[in-house]
Design a protein around this ligand. Structure first.
Ligand SMILES: NC(=O)c1ccc[n+]([C@@H]2O[C@H](COP(=O)([O-])OP(=O)(O)OC[C@H]3O[C@@H](n4cnc5c(N)ncnc54)[C@H](OP(=O)(O)O)[C@@H]3O)[C@@H](O)[C@H]2O)c1
Length: 261
């Protein structure tokens, strides 16, 4: 895809994979709109990216875990006259508890952020992409979407939703000049682990955000990009094994990785 001179909206752009999307897209000449809650981080990144790559960068500090967040963000974009060609729905977090011990309020925020706002922004921004016959929507799922995960049940279910929703959207957009792509990273170095209070020690094939984003943009560069992409060789092998392994076994293994000490 030619990203040069286009505008990408990146949610979760204050840390981890979102920051890396900002750098790699800006390096391709893409103007950026960065969204997250931590305004100080966004301000610093706007400054850094603008200076380093010479693209236009703006930001909105918004909590996307509220049911009205998508509408607020879309209204802000309209007010400032920003047209979005590329949507990177990346913001997300995990809660790491047995279902009976989950905090109901925090889980509502997790579902709204990982699923509700992602769907809302997709529906809100897609018509303008269709009107101009150009666009891309990258929804960040996870390899946790590929199997149920005890102790991470809500998170894995939100990511299974993202994967299914995005692959269906890919089907709807097939043959148009708009790409939909679900990204399934495996364990990736970022603040994700600290936020979820999970140790990453047991994870194999840990990737960097740089590797994950490179795989994503390379997929979008293909003329016939696929509905979803798994980043990393180890993660791809694990995904193949999951297809042929008994569910009782895969659920037990997945759960053992996320058990709290
Ligand atoms: N790291 C992994 O191993 C891994 C693996 C598979 C999938 N993923 C997925 O990759 C995506 C990016 O995660 P990451 O690894 O880069 O984690 P991260 O370093 O913790 O970054 C998460 C980003 O989401 C933003 N965010 C969190 N809550 C928000 C809210 N309520 N409103 C607005 N923004 C919010 C954070 O910004 P603020 O805190 O400033 O709001 C931050 O910019 C997530 O969807 C995650 O589920 C990660």
């Amino acid at each position: 895809m030619d990203f040069n001179g286009r505008t990408a909206l990146i949610t979760g752009a204050s840390a981890g994979i979102g920051v890396e999307f900002a750098h790699q897209l800006a390096a391709r000449g893409t103007n950026l709109v960065l969204v997250a809650r931590r305004e100080d981080r966004l301000v610093a990144l706007v400054e850094e990216i603008g200076t380093k790559y010479g693209v236009k960068v703006s930001y909105f500090a918004i909590d996307l875990s509220q049911p009205t967040s998508g509408s607020t963000l879309i209204a802000n974009l309209a007010q400032t006259g920003i047209d979005t060609d590329i949507l990177i729905n990346n913001a997300g977090f995990a809660t790491n508890n047995k279902v009976a011990n989950e905090d109901r309020i925090r889980v509502q925020a997790e579902i709204q952020l990982n699923v509700g706002t992602l769907v809302d922004l997709t529906i809100g921004l897609l018509p303008a992409m269709q009107a101009q016959s150009f666009g891309a929507i990258v929804n960040v799922a996870s390899t946790a979407a590929l199997q149920p995960v005890p102790n991470l049940a809500v998170y894995a279910a939100t990511k299974a939703f993202v994967l299914s929703f995005t692959e269906a959207l890919w089907g709807e957009l097939r043959g148009t000049n708009i790409r939909a792509l679900a990204l399934c990273p495996g364990a990736t170095e970022s603040e994700f682990w600290a936020v979820a209070d999970i140790s990453s020690k047991k994870m194999v094939g840990m990737q960097t955000a740089e590797q994950v984003v490179r795989v994503t943009l390379r997929e979008l560069d293909k003329l016939n990009s696929r509905p979803s992409v798994i980043s990393g060789y180890t993660n791809k092998v694990q995904a193949q094994l999951l297809r042929v392994s008994p569910k009782r076994m895969t659920i037990a293994i997945a759960g053992s990785l996320f058990k709290k000490d």
